[in-house]
Design a protein around this ligand. Sequence first.
Ligand SMILES: *Cc1c(COP(=O)(O)O)cnc(C)c1O
Length: 388
Amino acid sequence: MSRPIEIPLAVPVVGPAEARNLQACIDTGFVSSVGEFVTELERKVAASTGALSGVATSAGTTGLHAALTTVGVGRDDLVVTPSFTFIASANAISHCGATPWLMDIDGNWTLDLDQVERELETSTQRDGGALVHRPSGRRVAALMPVYTLGNLCDPRRLREIATRFALPIVADAAAAIGASWQGRPLNEGADLSVISFNGNKTVTAGGGGMIVGDNAELMNLARHLTTTARVSSDYSHDRVGFNYRMTNLQAAVGCAQMEQLPAFIAAKRRIRQRYREGLDDMAGLEFFPGADDGSSCWFSGVVLNHPSLPSARDIADSLRHQGIEARTFWKPVHLQTPYSQVPRADLKSCEGLWQRVLTLPCSTNLTDDQQDRVISALRATLNVPAGG
Ligand SMILES: *Cc1c(COP(=O)(O)O)cnc(C)c1O
């Protein structure tokens, strides 16, 4: 039997402000998918990303599905995305009837844009208006970068490639709220970007998501699709739409959380920095990339970079016995059963990386004392030989 978790990995931090907003929903009766908090959250989140507008959704995953559908991704298409991501990115593509075309990651753990450009150059051809992937004969319909841990991709490079191959960009920005790229806002890298408010994200609404963007036509279509494609109040609908709306109850929590966004991001960055300071002298450890470029530092942890170190799983088990929740990180999409046969480029970097990543406690309310306990426990564990 292991000890109960005393220092969790990443938990929501909620309090009286969230309670007040929830009480306001009860008092006014606006508990469902229409309400002032939904509108307010759309405004707040769009503004925080530099976008003109937002459409709230029931989850990040459903937001991605709706956003991909909005830019025209459909049956039998391919969507370029990294293999090193949470499986929801690939699932959203599959929900469109499309298939991910998996690419590798760069040193920032985001889509390797040089490889993407090379693959598009060498493996596709124009056929009428469509860009066709020669080996499969399928149309390439969109680029979907993933802003891993809140690390954005270079927006100028992304746009350059998208323009060159006439592809729309939908960014999986699920964990990237509060992120920027060398001072440029999140929204700039894509036509539509999708944020998640799941419980383990930096800002939560209990659950939910948000599509943000600047293009009014796309944003109107996104709203239309997420609200059953209704054209009038007499049950007329002009497409197969989705019921992907966020409730006012979720948005009430989200609005209270957004007041804390600067404080939450500062806490995440500080935690990242303190792990580095506390562990920098340990041989064979590396740290997560991106902080210098404006990462929102959603998760923190270490990369085990020496064969003599125990495995991430063994270290996580050992920390768990000490009441500390640490975890391994994403298993790449191409190693998942439903995606073992999809088209893919060379995935050397992600194959070399994923088993060496260990995520450490990084809730926004983590105290210095708690973090120091994690650092000491990890130091002690790493001095034990593998299997010891
Ligand atoms: C959290 C996450 C999602 C899924 O968001 P949900 O709101 O849980 O559906 C998708 N992609 C990435 C990269 C995520 O981190």
